[in-house]
Design a protein around this ligand. Structure first.
Ligand code: TXA
Ligand code: MG
Length: 316
């Protein structure tokens, strides 16, 4: 079992020794290591059972620090960093040579993010290296939004979980890259596309649902529970599976079934985002045969939730 606590000094010392520490962010918990220490970064891939071709995001406390690891940063990237860092935004930037190949999976870009969480910001301020950190879940499984989620799945593989409480956004960061001055969204996430477009104008969406050489980690089957999940029209699905014991994941509506989770009775997408991964985990542990889910309204944060739901569902 991992120790769980709020001791930044302890986290710092472990990271300096090349150990892994789970860290809180506003999006999801990260599994962190010194990004410049190849042996430490290797431990991330081992603990998560993550394929080496899937690059890691590195976490820094500010744009100034990001400039130590990235070069030729486009003006639009700087504008976004000024507007939204610290916050749920990852920028794909041209890497500098000191970023290990293992971190970027050999790509010419590095994903950089400045997370918005007091404890993790204090930690980043106390160390003199950036933190490589993917979501702290086994590869392909649901992302963790509480220390207990991390403990349940990776507790025997890491010494320490920095306890920052439940994540306030609950959905991973939005990933934005740049091509010929154009902003490109590779993963929808906690920062709305509308907010991004307000700062840098129209962006392109390249959210491939299958393997994509530019974002290898955006595989079709991802964020998935162990139980079969089917997303669609809940009324029809409930009828179709009436002979089975089902668990229901709905946005707002109660379907009056014994195993159901309503993401936001008020119909608030931010609340739905905060609850989403916890709800999937809870349903995954119930004595049910199958999880039936419905999509949320496809606007704002809803796009990111629906993307996760689609990847979690059977058959993509
Ligand atoms: O909110 C988040 O972004 C969380 C917290 C912990 O910061 N992190 C996170 O990391 O979601 P991860 O590894 O679970 O997802 C990062 C995604 C992966 O799909 C990876 O393939 C993609 O970002 N990625 C990372 N670096 C990249 C790069 N240089 N080019 C393209 N895609 C990249
Ligand atoms: Mg992940």
């Amino acid at each position: 079992m991992a120790e769980v606590g709020k001791d930044i000094n302890k986290a710092k010392q472990l990271l300096e020794k090349g150990q892994l520490v789970a860290i809180p962010t506003e999006t999801v918990y990260g599994l962190a290591a010194n990004a410049l220490d190849i042996q430490a970064v290797l431990k991330i891939f081992q603990a998560k059972n993550r394929p080496r071709f899937d690059p890691l995001i590195i976490h820094v406390p500010s744009l100034e620090k990001a400039e130590l690891y990235a070069t030729n940063i486009p003006e639009k990237a700087k504008d976004l960093a000024h507007a939204f860092w610290p916050g749920p935004l990852t920028l794909l930037l041209e890497r500098k040579g000191l970023v290990p190949d293992l971190v970027t999976a050999g790509l010419p870009t590095v994903g950089m993010r400045c997370p918005d969480h007091t404890l993790t910001r204090q930690l980043l301020g106390a160390i003199d290296f950036p933190l490589a950190a993917p979501s702290a879940n086994p590869f392909g499984y649901i992302s963790p939004t509480t220390p207990l989620h991390v403990q349940d799945q990776l507790g025997d593989k890491i010494p320490y979980i920095l306890d920052g409480g439940p994540c306030t956004i609950g959905i991973e960061s939005t990933i934005v890259g740049f091509d010929n001055g154009m902003g490109i969204v590779f993963r929808t996430g906690g920062l709305k596309i509308e907010d991004i477009e307000n700062v840098i104008g129209k962006v392109q969406l390249q959210i491939n649902s299958s393997s994509n050489p530019k974002t290898p980690g955006q595989l079709q089957s991802h964020y998935a529970p162990r139980k079969k999940l089917i997303a669609g029209n809940l009324e029809e699905l409930i009828k179709k599976f009436q002979s089975r014991t089902v668990g229901i994941l709905s946005f707002q509506t109660s379907y009056n079934l014994p195993y159901q989770y309503i993401l936001s009775p008020e119909g608030d997408l931010a609340e739905a985002g905060r609850n989403f991964f916890s709800a999937l985990r809870m349903l995954d542990q119930l004595p049910i045969d199958i999880i039936l889910a419905e999509y949320v309204p496809d606007t704002g944060l809803g796009k990111a939730i629906n993307d996760r739901l689609k990847r979690a569902s059977y058959g993509g």
